[in-house]
Design a protein around this ligand. Structure first.
Ligand SMILES: [Zn+2]
Length: 557
């Protein structure tokens, strides 16, 4: 049986709207909560179901399994939290076959870049089943993780309720203290307190996480309580009270400076102000609606010491106009043709900046490959002979290299998947004597070996997806301590402008998923805490939620 976790419908959906309003008005601090009923994983092949702790009677007959009680309590907790307006996801609603996971993650590989291969499990081991819970929780975008377990001991006298947390998890510790307090106040459990341990699921779920040991099934009194409907209900309400008390303390505070505007245009302007507080002689201007024209812009920005601002094709946004006025440049370089940035926008930009129309020029090829090659020609090949090549069909790999390439004056060229783009081949021919080594960013699916086989001295930096590639770039290239600009890897304008800002300060761009860290970003942070000295969040909280700051905080400690 392969039951996939599914979000619980809010119970109030069953009621009429007016009743729903009364019963299920959103609490002031609604959260997304992931609940993991412990154990119950089917280990393949032939391993059976992990029951967790098992209680037997004097005849040796099994009378209770941890996996079943944990599920019952977890389901009651999920229902209770749902009633209170929280969005809840349960990992399992029965026994479950875990999804295969990336083994390098759960093996705790010291560095994503240290292994040539990434592999998925073909059979499910206990390690896989635990990482699968974390992966599910991380993908869910939850603000909180609660794992529900029951204790057991050889001595039947052992009793009580305890809450576990990991030492690195500041908010997990806070949540644990609230939950423990409410449970002890409302139930007959003996108080065993909160405790610290690197239990797998609370360690590798990125968000604040606790693991509750809800009494001892080896103790007759505890067992009677947790097997009774009234005991389970009281316990679930008490745990939910703990969650609500935690949330009411407004724990998700901002941890690092955030560079953002209300739109992508405003965020680009904010990055410009942050990097060029006293103005700039040159400004780059590209469309904010698509990414290809600005993909290779970071090295040009660095060469010209020019911030990158964005426009819509037909109207100059107010944020951009105001930033142009503040920067007071002598000239503007437009990246892309009139379809991307119209002449009307150019006129408006010149007027806002106070420059004459002749001081605005365009760099525009017939396609993204040509535009990148034109920019590369202007940047030139640096004295160390390095050139970066990325696939031109998606932006993430170019974003990942942008800050490093920019700071090191390495031009970024694009290639097609089926052949080396003509513009890149022409650039190679024109720079044959100076182009001595090639940084290839991205896997062979986007930049096949055969396509780049003629390029000099190739070094490929890649992972199985854009986030792993980004982590590999961080790990292999950003080897000194520096600023890390954290941006949503799906929000292209923000991560492109972040790359330009990173190039200005020899910083790095760390891409995160819309609601979570990638596992490799987590490993990078944990393995390189001294490099990640300073963090800047790029983009508003709608694009890059505060929870990301707490996930990074948990990884950093
Ligand atoms: Zn357990």
């Amino acid at each position: 049986m392969n039951r996939r976790p599914r979000p619980l419908a809010a119970p109030c959906a069953l009621f009429a709207a007016s009743l729903a309003f009364l019963l299920c008005a959103q609490p002031a601090h609604a959260a997304r909560i992931f609940i993991d009923p412990g154990h119950g994983s089917i280990i393949t092949p032939g391993g059976g179901v992990d029951p967790g702790a098992v209680a037997k009677d004097s005849a040796g007959t099994v009378i209770a399994k941890e996996k079943d009680l944990a599920l019952q309590i977890a389901q009651r907790l999920a229902t209770e939290l749902g009633k209170r307006g929280h969005e809840v996801q349960l990992y399992r609603t029965g026994d479950v076959t875990a999804t295969p996971v990336d083994r390098m993650t759960w093996l705790g590989a010291s560095d994503p870049a240290d292994s040539a291969t990434w592999q998925r499990s073909e059979t499910i081991t206990k390690g896989d089943s635990l990482q699968a819970r974390c992966d599910e929780a991380n993908a869910s975008g939850a603000d909180l993780f609660i794992s529900v377990h029951l204790n057991a001991a050889d001595a039947t006298s052992a009793t009580g309720y305890e809450t576990w947390l990991t030492a690195e998890d500041r908010l997990g510790a806070l949540l644990a203290s609230y939950v423990q307090r409410e449970v002890i106040a409302s139930t007959p459990f003996r108080d065993r307190g909160t405790k610290t341990e690197q239990f797998y699921v609370i360690r590798w779920s990125h968000m604040p996480a606790i693991l509750a040991e809800c009494g001892f099934i080896s103790n007759p009194t505890d067992r009677a309580y947790v097997t009774s409907a009234s005991g389970q209900s009281t316990l679930a309400r008490a745990m939910a009270d703990g969650v609500d008390a935690f949330l009411a303390s407004e724990p998700y505070r901002q941890l690092w400076p955030r560079i953002s505007g209300t739109t992508r245009y405003g965020t680009a302007a904010a990055l410009s102000l942050d990097g060029w507080p006293t103005g700039a002689r040159t400004v780059l201007l590209a469309t904010g609606e698509n990414w290809p024209d600005a993909l290779a812009s970071a090295p040009l920005s660095h060469k010209l010491d020019a911030p990158l601002l964005l426009s819509t094709p037909s109207t100059l946004p107010t944020d951009t106009a105001e930033e142009l006025a503040r920067l007071a440049p002598d000239n503007i370089v437009v990246l892309g043709g009139t379809g991307a940035v119209s002449d009307a926008v150019v006129t408006a930009a010149a007027s806002a900046a106070g420059v004459a129309p002749r001081d605005v020029r365009r760099i525009a090829g017939a396609n993204r490959y040509e535009t990148a090659a034109l920019i590369a020609t202007e940047v030139g090949v640096p004295t160390d002979g390095r050139v970066a090549v990325v696939g031109g069909e998606s932006p993430a790999d170019a974003v990942s290299i942008s800050a490093y390439a920019g700071a090191n004056s390495i031009p970024i060229l694009l290639t097609e998947t089926t052949r080396l783009s003509t513009a890149t081949a022409d650039f190679k021919a024109a720079n044959a004597s100076t182009w001595r080594s090639t940084l290839i960013i991205g896997g062979t699916a986007v930049v096949p070996d055969a396509v780049v086989s003629a390029l000099p001295s190739r070094r490929r930096i890649a992972g199985p997806d854009r986030y792993a590639t980004n982590a590999a770039v961080l790990q292999q290239l950003h080897t000194a301590a520096g600023l890390h600009y954290v941006a949503n890897g799906e929000a292209y304008p923000d991560c492109l402008t972040a790359g330009v800002r990173g190039a200005k300060s020899a910083g790095a761009v760390m891409l995160v998923q819309p609601r979570t860290l990638g596992n490799y970003q987590r490993l990078y942070i944990e393995n390189h805490e001294t490099r990640v000295r300073a963090i800047r969040m790029v983009g508003g909280t709608r694009v890059l939620p505060i929870i990301h700051e707490w996930m990074i905080d948990k990884a950093l400690r």
